[in-house]
Design a protein around this ligand. Structure first.
Ligand SMILES: CC(C)(COP(=O)(O)OP(=O)(O)OC[C@H]1O[C@@H](n2cnc3c(N)ncnc32)[C@H](O)[C@@H]1OP(=O)(O)O)[C@@H](O)C(=O)NCCC(=O)NCCS
Length: 320
């Protein structure tokens, strides 16, 4: 069958336009998990499509948040038309769509799991379209639980503080009471707190057995929250039981006390007891200081580390 893109190229130009309504024809130009939104595309979804002679050849797809920030979730140019500037044009046009809808800025997240060529193309295309340089936002680390427990226990600065040091306890997780909710609300306004540190953040299958409440004088001052992992995306480890630690926090006045590492130690120790020392712990860390510590201290124990990167643009840049 003739390639419709190749057939149309000599007499047509690529046209970019914001999309709405039934845009299912673009389904092949995004991730399968995002494609269902194309059936009836409307806010908060935002999309810019590229067509060649009416045939979809590119798509930038994202959402508009209540905070005035748009999030680009995917950008794809059909392989036959790559490296001709259409990625750059889609990224520039995507930034105009939320600006027209009243947003102030846009962000695009991507992972080191992306093939290196695609990541380089995404960054080059975004930079050429006026987006800022990529910033490392998060590490997603994969380790066996048992070796992590042993490594922390061998770490002199922390090992003496793992059991109720300085009035800090690492209690089993229990449902939050009114005092806990008040403590969380106070911490949420503090330094270094981002929404995905909240104990309920995106927890599809919470695992209280491996979650830890850090308490001081009974008051909640931090936590490490566990949930059952859907699977281990690592060849040779896919059949291992696994726990994801997606959300963790410690009140800033307790930073540099080893209490957050202590909380993780208790969580990993409980995981090793529940699911075995060879079960996989998947943990996320986003503060620059914690990312550096995790790499320095536990680097050799990681089976894999995924990096989550972010590109950003504020729309003032465009309006100059
Ligand atoms: C990312 C993507 C949309 C870029 O589209 P594109 O139309 O090829 O991008 P452009 O032609 O605008 O390229 C912009 C820049 O990237 C560079 N580039 C393109 N492909 C590249 C590659 N494989 N390696 C390195 N640089 C590359 C181009 O040279 C150009 O830079 P320049 O203007 O300085 O020469 C496209 O590669 C794609 O669809 N990839 C698969 C999907 C994907 O991974 N999307 C990102 C995550 S959702």
């Amino acid at each position: 069958m003739a390639d419709p893109v190749a057939a149309a190229r000599p007499r047509s130009t690529v046209v970019l336009a914001p999309l709405a309504g039934n845009t299912s024809a673009y389904a092949g130009l995004t991730y399968p998990r995002l494609a269902p939104c194309l059936g009836a595309l409307a806010l908060p979804w935002l999309a810019v499509g590229a067509t060649l002679a009416g045939v979809p050849v590119g798509l930038a797809l994202g959402t508009l948040g209540n905070d005035g920030e748009a999030l680009l979730l995917s950008v794809v140019v059909t392989p036959a038309l790559r490296r001709q500037g259409f990625g750059r044009r889609l990224l520039a046009a995507f930034a105009e769509a939320p600006a027209a809808a009243g947003a102030h800025r846009a962000a695009a997240a991507y992972s080191s799991r992306l093939p290196a060529g695609d990541a380089a193309a995404l960054v080059a295309a975004a930079t050429a379209a006026g987006w800022g340089p990529p910033e490392l936002r998060e590490l997603i680390c994969f380790s066996e639980a048992g070796p992590m427990v042993e490594a922390v226990a061998r770490w002199p600065a922390v090992s003496g503080r793992l059991r109720d040091a300085e009035g800090v306890s690492f209690a089993p997780w229990r449902p939050l009471d009114a005092a806990d909710h008040a403590a969380i609300a106070a911490m949420a306004g503090g330094e270094g707190y981002v929404p995905h540190m909240h104990p309920d953040w995106s927890m599809a299958a919470p695992l209280p057995e491996c979650s830890v409440a850090v308490r001081r004088g009974g008051a909640l001052v931090g936590w490490v929250m566990a949930e059952q992992a859907a699977g281990v995306p690592l060849p040779g480890y896919r059949d291992r039981p696994a726990v994801t630690y997606r959300s963790a926090y410690l009140r800033p006045d307790l930073w540099h006390t080893g209490a957050l590492v202590g909380a993780y130690w208790h969580a990993f120790d409980r995981q090793a007891a529940l699911l075995g020392p060879q079960s996989i712990a998947i943990y996320h860390t986003c503060l620059p200081r914690m990312m550096a510590m995790v790499r320095r201290r536990f680097g050799p124990l990681h089976l894999k580390v995924d990096e989550a990167w972010e590109l950003r643009i504020t729309f003032r840049t465009l309006q100059k």
